[in-house]
Design a protein around this ligand. Structure first.
Ligand SMILES: Cc1cc2nc3c(=O)[nH]c(=O)nc-3n(C[C@H](O)[C@H](O)[C@H](O)COP(=O)(O)OP(=O)(O)OC[C@H]3O[C@@H](n4cnc5c(N)ncnc54)[C@H](O)[C@@H]3O)c2cc1C
Length: 424
């Protein structure tokens, strides 16, 4: 019998297993799909590496720094800042907190005023002060309210923050908790956004490869939980002394409901958030990318389906076969009619870049209804939600911390630590 069975081989489950095996516990991760990584996955299509939805690793994430071998991931950096489409042109907004000299160049651009740029520096000072935990101590409100409170002009909010943060939180209304805003601001201020040479899936693969052989069992969906293990959809019972549920929030809520009702829930028992933010990502092969720099392009015009785009092959050439560029377009939400969406995206690209996008080949459309847990207040009222559910049953995943790679990884470690602490 295993000491611990972990349900789900996303970053949270993998980090939980890492910590437990380091402390001599025998673990089995049972994963529903055919590979590890959960929401971090990379498909190879026609020689291109296509991440399932555009995402990046911030090298400033403390847990990633502590746990991952970043050198082995061969990270390629984005330039800080962005190219913002506004008023029929692209304006480079260099990152004033990490490249202050270059930022002078963008002072005359219509994306925010000089005062806005100084406010960015001021806000940065605020979020960098003290330990990371202080970002989660500000009175909780929405991102939009916090930006307004900080004095940013509507132009800076609409042309830069809304597409930039909306693209990170997958939340165009900026209803996400300001504690998340402060956390993300701090992370962007402390290190670059990067892509691993082999695609984002290299991150969970590295974690899985460093676990003892046989720790992960794939294509083994769990149907229900028991106090003494889990039952797979096949009917097989996997006994274990403890269970860790490391699935995304909605799956966790479903599984926890299968537990025989327990009369004495743990002291920190709270509900599992199940609502999420969705996103659609279109990947195109282009003879030549619309931008040659490793930079994010933002739609600051507030019209059209595109929120942001980038050329991953301009960041990491290993994302493509060498003779063509990969263009990754992000559209917030998932409710679009597919043919109409492709047409509208191409029309917007043509308006931005001329006729070339008409020739780009659509490689893949990733429609991801649950990409991130929704984190509008009071989601982060408690920054670290309890990972203890019932005696012997633990919980981790990005819905217990911040909706991010950092949050998922931390939650996995926290669940392992709680379990080790509870063991007699
Ligand atoms: C499009 C997109 C963009 C993102 N951008 C960023 C970004 O730029 N930066 C950042 O930091 N974060 C980003 N994120 C968030 C980050 O990827 C997630 O927060 C993190 O990967 C969540 O990991 P997790 O382990 O909590 O959950 P998951 O990755 O969802 O893992 C849960 C696992 O449980 C498995 N499972 C579910 N039900 C069962 C069952 N019944 N039996 C067995 N297994 C089961 C699932 O198959 C899955 O493998 C993004 C996410 C998406 C989707």
């Amino acid at each position: 019998m295993h000491d611990v069975v972990i349900v789900g081989a996303g970053l949270a489950g993998l980090c939980c297993a890492r910590e437990l095996t380091r402390h001599g516990q025998s673990c089995l991760i049972v994963e529903a799909t055919d590979r590890v990584g959960g929401r971090v996955r990379t498909n190879i299509v026609d020689g291109f590496r296509i991440d399932r939805g555009f995402q990046v690793l911030l090298t400033s994430y403390p847990e990633a720094r502590a746990v991952l071998d970043l050198d082995a991931l061969q990270l390629h950096e984005f330039l800080p800042g962005a190219l913002v489409r506004y008023g029929g042109k692209f304006h480079e907004l260099t990152d004033p907190w990490r490249r202050p000299m270059a930022a002078l160049k963008s002072l005359g651009s219509p994306i925010g005023t000089l005062a806005d740029k100084l406010r960015v520096a001021d806000f940065r000072g605020k979020v960098l002060r003290g330990p990371l935990g202080e970002c989660f101590e500000a009175p909780e409100t929405s991102t939009l309210a916090d930006l307004r409170e900080a004095g940013f002009t509507p132009s800076m909010i609409e042309r830069f923050f809304r597409p930039f943060l909306g693209g990170i939180f997958l939340d165009p209304r900026l209803e996400t908790s300001n504690r998340m805003l402060r956390f993300v601001f701090r992370m962007f201020s402390q290190g670059p956004a990067t892509l691993p040479a082999q695609g984002m899936e290299a991150i969970p693969r590295q974690l899985a490869d460093r676990l003892p052989p046989g720790t992960v069992r794939l294509q083994a969906p769990v149907a229900s939980l028991r106090a003494d293990g889990v039952t797979l959809a096949s009917g097989e019972l996997i006994p274990a002394r403890s269970v860790v549920v490391a699935t995304e929030g909605p799956a966790a809520a479903r599984l926890l409901a299968t537990l025989p009702s327990a009369p004495h829930p743990g002291p920190h028992h709270d509900e599992v958030a199940t609502s999420g933010q969705g996103v659609t990502c279109l990947s195109f092969a282009a003879a030549r990318g619309p931008v040659q720099q490793p930079i994010l392009v933002l739609n600051g015009e507030g019209t059209g389906p595109i929120n942001n785009l980038c050329v991953p092959t301009a960041v990491a050439p290993s994302y493509g076969p060498g003779d063509r560029s990969l263009v990754s377009v992000t559209v917030l939400g998932v409710g679009h009619e597919p043919t109409r969406l492709e047409h509208d995206v191409r029309e917007q690209l043509v308006a931005w870049y001329g006729s070339a996008p008409r020739e780009w080949r659509l490689l893949q459309v990733d429609r991801i209804p649950y990409a991130l847990p929704r984190q509008a207040p009071p989601a982060l009222a408690v920054a670290e939600r309890s990972v203890r559910w019932l005696s012997g049953v633990y919980l981790c995943g990005d819905h217990r911390d911040t909706a991010s790679i950092q949050g998922a990884m931390v939650s996995g470690r926290r669940a392992a630590e709680a379990l080790l602490e509870d063991r007699p």
